[in-house]
Design a protein around this ligand. Structure first.
Ligand code: SF4
Ligand code: SF4
Length: 363
């Protein structure tokens, strides 16, 4: 794909590529891009723009699906600026390309937000048993990279395992250097009460484990998302029905959003994603689980390919204890609305005024 090392601040002026310098150097053995968009345009300086566009139109009709897609992406607008016709063209082109690459019929949905819908999520923190089935179901559903080398394994959900205990006043000094007088969680010399730092990527032999409590986290789909504020190319944004999405073709992999996210929810593909053909989920959404490229950021989007078709996200469906609930916050009769009305509810880092649409609750 197209390497372009100096991102433009104005997406309307120039579309950056998705292959940043650091990403390219992370995996030198991976097949790299062949033509830079900027170089291509410079080389084509002698040609008129109309002849370039004409050539592009011809290339998109090419029988070589990968070449046609790469060529067309040189001219592709930010998804938010595309007309319906342009979206349809991009969809057809990608379906051809992915079907050819993965050897099966791949669909790329472009269904947009439905009026009157604002998606919300609720998780019963007392019910979670730490089995991590949600993590694995998410990886399978959303075509995440599953390699074994550093950087190749990507998981959007994390289930934090924490020591069960009591954060009590009379235990404030236990396990800490004499006279410190303050409980500092993970810095304790010996465990005393609740340790605030969790473990993730553990593989439990049996769950729930004795003396452990679990805290699943992923993207909180903030109403005021800090990641959106910092993105220099405006490729990440909040959709009208709630989820914060990323147009992968426009992401330049600068990782500003990763630094801004207070929930550690974004991941970057530093290597060419490892997605075996036989494991690829062919039912995709343009802003959701379609295959990503090296050097772009990705994260949970509440399974847009499912939720916009009236289905639950994969993690909701797989949870064996029914800890996960999902629905329309604008419908007072939805399960998630009733939970907000009747249960003890809290949001992570509420003091940051990010207004997550992911709620934790307990009975
Ligand atoms: S599948 Fe359910 S119980 Fe298992 S870790 Fe995820 S939220 Fe917890
Ligand atoms: S890495 Fe994040 S901030 Fe940078 S372009 Fe991509 S989405 Fe935007």
């Amino acid at each position: 794909m197209t390497p372009d090392k100096s991102p433009s601040a104005d997406p309307a002026q120039e579309k950056p590529s998705h292959s940043p310098t650091q990403a390219a150097s992370a995996d030198p053995s991976a097949p790299g891009p062949t033509t830079s968009r900027r170089g291509f345009l410079k080389a084509g300086g002698a040609l008129s723009m109309s002849s370039l566009m004409g050539t592009a139109a011809l290339m998109t009709q090419s029988d070589d699906a990968a070449a046609a897609t790469e060529w067309a992406e040189h001219f592709q607008k930010n998804y938010r600026l595309m007309t319906d016709a342009e979206k349809a063209e991009a969809r057809t082109r990608l379906e051809r390309r992915y079907s050819s690459e993965y050897g099966k019929k791949v669909t790329v949905d472009t269904t947009g937000p439905q009026p009157g819908v604002l998606m919300g999520y609720a998780l019963n923190i007392r019910k979670c048993i730490g089995c991590r089935r949600c993590v694995h179901a998410c990886v399978e559903e959303n075509n995440q990279s599953r390699g074994t080398r550093p950087g190749e394994k990507i998981e959007w959900i994390q289930v934090l395992r924490m020591e069960r205990g009591e954060f009590a006043k009379d235990k404030m000094n236990q396990g800490y250097p004499e006279g410190l007088g303050i409980q500092v969680g993970g810095n304790a010399y010996t465990p005393a009460g609740q340790v605030l730092e969790g473990q993730y990527r553990y593989e439990p032999e049996a769950v729930p484990e004795k003396d452990a409590t679990y805290m699943p986290i992923a993207c909180m789909q903030c109403e005021k998302p800090p990641c959106v504020k910092v993105c220099p190319v405006r490729t990440t944004y909040r959709e009208a029905d709630g989820p914060v999405v990323i147009d992968y073709n426009w992401c330049i992999g600068c990782r500003m959003c990763m630094g801004a996210c207070p929930y550690w929810a974004r991941r970057i593909n530093l290597t060419t994603p490892v997605l075996p053909k036989e494991e690829m989920n062919p039912v995709t959404h343009y802003l959701g689980n379609r295959p990503r490229m090296r050097g772009v950021v990705e994260k949970c989007h509440w399974c847009l390919q499912r939720s916009r078709q009236g289905r639950y996200p994969a993690c909701v469906e797989v949870c064996p204890v029914g800890a996960r609930k999902f629905g329309n916050l604008l419908d007072p009769e939805s399960e998630v609305s009733k939970i907000l009305e009747r249960k003890n509810v809290f949001r992570l880092k509420a003091e940051l005024n990010t207004f997550p649409k992911f709620f934790y609750f307990y009975d």
